[in-house]
Design a protein around this ligand. Structure first.
Ligand SMILES: Cc1ncc(C[n+]2csc(CCOP(=O)(O)OP(=O)(O)O)c2C)c(N)n1
Ligand SMILES: [Mg+2]
Length: 369
């Protein structure tokens, strides 16, 4: 008997309010992490932990500054804010070594900052100024900084994933990179997992055993479309089973959970190249883009859901962990917070005072016939 057409119709009618709740990170099965075990096994010193916290504060203040700049009409083009997801990039890039490469989607400011790009040059790029990391021609979505191992942010959803395969191949086989133990870290959103190129890339990465850590930043939405509305199998990491790729899931709000998972994977990958798929379950506190204003209300996320996730703010979780261990206190916290705010303001000032591209520069560094 032919399948009834009722099922797809019913699926299409499903209200966004009636979807199964993925309200908290624990509704998916994620192993809990012992912070002390991570600190001990990685031998993290108090100075290193303070540096990590400073980096997270830097990302938060930088993104807030971007938001203010956007509202003041300083930003040319799109702006996608990373607030809420900070622990993911930080936890997976803390083991960066020179020669490693990272690439991400258009939500790319944090990745570039963590890798050590100059905040002023990142902000200048976001403003579209010629002092920007891509000389003002890429904007917020297309940061690029070869010197710091950032192989780009990409505006085409999933477009960076096949590129990571090329980079992974070069790191494993090209004479100038081969044998150095370098890896590629490729960030992707849940929205890229149904694109054809994603599946081709997973297959090739595994087939050729390339040193690529794929980091899925599962913030549960692709613009206004939830994972439940777009994916037949919502256990996203498990989908790379089809390609025989190793995978796991972590709590993307907890720096120590992400770092505790990523560090041993990266260490193993440096010794013996092979890909790994790490799903970080996280949440963006802002709207999809700065223009959609969905921080406080939304047509696709209800406020109860947003409130639950804001309780699990990665910055507050890291702060509490470090206060509990007496690594930071009120005074040091205030000093670090001020430093981050000043960094973000100085970056904006640099961008503000930088020139736009001259007409001659517009045709430089672009392909022409
Ligand atoms: C190939 C392609 N299709 C559609 C779009 C439009 N688009 C821009 S962002 C986006 C959502 C992507 O969501 P996700 O991958 O989950 O990343 P997030 O924004 O959540 O970080 C879409 C569909 C695009 N940029 N590229
Ligand atoms: Mg998403």
């Amino acid at each position: 008997m032919a399948a009834s057409p009722a099922a797809p119709a019913k699926r299409a009618e499903k209200s966004i309010r009636s979807r199964p709740a993925l309200y908290d990170a624990h509704s998916v099965s994620i192993p809990t992490t012992s912070v002390d075990a991570v600190i001990q096994s990685l031998k993290l010193t108090d100075d290193q932990l303070r540096h990590t916290y400073q980096q997270m504060l830097d990302i938060r203040h930088f993104e807030e500054q971007c938001n203010r700049a956007f509202r003041a009409n300083k930003v040319g083009g799109y702006l996608h804010i990373y607030i809420g997801q900070e622990a993911v990039s930080l936890g997976t890039l803390s083991d960066y070594q020179p020669g490693d490469q990272a690439l991400s989607s258009y939500r790319d400011h944090a990745h570039c900052l963590v890798l050590g790009s100059d905040p002023g040059q990142i902000m200048a790029e976001i403003y579209g100024k010629s002092t920007g990391v891509s000389r003002g021609k890429g904007g917020s979505m297309h940061l690029f900084d070869k010197a710091h191992g950032f192989a780009g942010g990409y505006g085409i959803v999933g477009g960076n994933v096949p590129l990571a395969v090329g980079i992974g191949w070069a790191l494993k086989h090209a004479p100038e990179y081969k044998g150095k133990g370098n890896i590629c870290v490729c960030y992707l959103g849940d929205g890229s997992m149904n694109a054809g190129g994603f599946h081709e890339a997973m297959n090739m990465a595994q087939l050729y055993e390339l040193p690529i850590l794929f980091v899925l930043e599962n913030n549960k939405y692709a613009m206004g479309t939830s994972v439940e509305r777009s994916s037949a199998n919502t256990d996203l990491a498990s989908r790379v089973d089809s390609y025989a790729m190793a995978h796991s899931k972590v709590d993307g709000q907890d720096y120590f959970a992400v770092r505790g998972a990523a560090s041993p994977i990266i260490a193993a990958m440096r010794k013996k190249p092979a890909p790994y798929f790490l799903e970080a379950v996280t949440y963006r506190y802002s709207g999809h883009g700065a223009a959609d204003g969905a921080e406080t209300q939304s047509t696709y996320r209800d406020s109860a859901e947003m409130d639950v996730w804001k309780e699990r703010d990665p910055l507050r979780i890291l702060e509490q962990n470090l206060r509990d261990r007496k690594v930071i206190d009120d005074d040091s916290h205030e000093t670090m917070d001020k430093k981050a705010l000043e960094m973000a303001r100085a970056a904006a000032e640099f961008a503000e005072n930088s020139p736009v591209c001259s007409p001659e520069e517009l045709t430089q560094d672009v392909y022409a016939d």
